[in-house]
Design a protein around this ligand. Structure first.
Ligand SMILES: Nc1ncnc2c1ncn2[C@@H]1O[C@H](COP(=O)(O)OP(=O)(O)OP(=O)(O)O)[C@@H](O)[C@H]1O
Ligand SMILES: [Mg+2]
Length: 391
């Protein structure tokens, strides 16, 4: 037996996983209970004070962090005006925690995306605080920018920069007939950029940040397909000192969470690398992480891909059919090799995200001419047992 994938329902509102943890993890968690947990404000007007206090205490990122809350506070009235009272035709999408609307701020004329949390329970409130805290501290060209938030009464809204091309998911799966599939070069550019965002969280932020929710719908695209990671409500400040993991309730999204995290609740930077590998596989194959409409044995992308990694003749079969053979054979081989390393069962065999960035930046720099002859299958062999730098 090899590995185990997080259980859970795959429907939109139930796709976040909240699992019971074993007793020992529970105990460890009790001991480590962070101040933030105790401070979920009962009244919304305390939110700004708490955010300000927390920001003072959290160490600064090594690079690019700011010392103040850059995020602006908005009134509910301003955001209602920006979205014409949350008009249905301004709706951009909906996730597990609420609806996202396009809006225009009267004060600056800026076009923004406004996420309205529809659950004011403990979890929603906590994620709201974590999102504001994280995005106030972390700044990088591959992370979405938080413009501000609103915590009027029971309302919890987040205001982000607007990303005109939506999410990577919108460009990979269930494409409407009038939408062109992504070409190979754009796919590699998105993969490299997303990896750089993750590298910033893992290697530049201090303490490191474990993202925990890497998936295609959380990779947003600007007008030139430049990718930015979004949704930090689940992010965790990573292990400090000699520790290699933090213990937490298992949360994440079906199909993306690493087997050891699903089984033990032990979260490491390598759990994010696994999720990145699943995203990279989706980018290469055009398949969803979980797709129950496919034939038996093909529902889970990683389970489908693992045997194919062993046989080079199958690689062409793994490329997204919508590419119609327009990809560089060598580039496909190399991208699959990176994905195979990231989704290895043993966390310490997975590469560091910095190594993934190096490989994908190289692949993204190799501009493939989409007008060239479509690729044909290559002969023989498979991916030799991929070796990665150990932790
Ligand atoms: N800043 C943004 N600019 C443009 N569109 C956005 C922005 N943020 C979110 N969206 C759109 O709204 C959709 C819903 O986003 P949301 O983060 O709420 O849910 P999700 O990522 O699909 O699921 P989950 O709640 O599990 O994270 C996204 O898929 C995207 O299409
Ligand atoms: Mg999201």
């Amino acid at each position: 037996m090899g590995w185990f994938i997080c259980g859970g329902k795959a429907n939109k509102n139930a796709k976040k996983l909240h699992r019971k943890q074993p007793d020992d993890i529970n105990e460890a968690k009790q001991q480590q209970k962070k101040k933030l947990d105790d401070q979920i404000p009962s009244s919304s007007d305390k939110i700004k004070t708490i955010i300000t206090q927390e920001l003072k205490e959290i160490p600064r990122p090594k690079e690019g962090g700011s010392d103040h809350i850059a995020a602006h506070t908005f009134t509910f009235r301003e955001l209602a005006a920006a979205t014409k009272n949350f008009r249905a035709d301004y709706l951009l999408g909906e996730g597990g925690f609420g609806r996202v609307y396009k809006g225009r701020l009267d004060s600056t004329n800026q076009v923004v995306a406004i996420k309205q949390l529809d659950r004011n329970g403990l979890q929603g409130n906590r994620e709201f605080l974590v999102e504001v805290l994280m995005l106030s501290l972390l700044h990088h060209p591959n992370l979405v920018n938080l413009i501000g938030y609103c915590a009027d009464g029971d309302q919890r809204l987040l205001v982000y920069e607007y990303m005109p091309l939506g999410s990577l998911e919108d460009h990979l799966h269930d494409l409407p007939l009038d939408k062109r599939p992504l070409d190979w070069n754009t796919r590699m550019k998105i993969a490299a950029g997303a990896a750089k965002g993750l590298e910033y969280l893992h290697d530049k932020a201090n303490p490191p940040v474990i993202y925990r929710d890497l998936k295609c719908s959380n990779i947003l695209l600007d007008e030139s397909f430049h990718p930015k990671l979004s949704d930090f409500g689940l992010a965790k400040l990573g292990p400090v000192g000699d520790k290699t993991h933090v213990s937490t309730r298992v949360m994440g999204t079906y199909g993306y969470c690493a087997p050891e995290y699903a089984m033990t609740g032990q979260l490491t930077l390598k759990s994010d690398v696994y999720s990145f590998g699943v995203v990279l596989l989706e980018i290469i194959t055009g398949r969803k992480a979980i797709d129950n409409s496919r034939a038996a044995g093909e529902h889970n992308l990683v389970a489908w891909a693992r045997p194919l990694f062993k046989d080079r003749r199958k690689f062409a079969q793994m490329a997204d059919p919508s590419l119609q053979g327009h990809y560089p054979v060598r580039g496909l081989y190399q991208a699959l090799a990176v994905a195979a390393m990231c989704v290895q069962e043993q966390p310490n065999m997975r590469p560091l995200i910095a190594d993934v960035v190096t490989a994908l930046t190289y692949l993204a720099s190799q501009k493939y001419d989409p007008e060239s002859q479509p690729a044909r299958a290559v002969a023989g062999g498979g991916l030799s047992t991929p070796r990665a730098r150990r932790e």
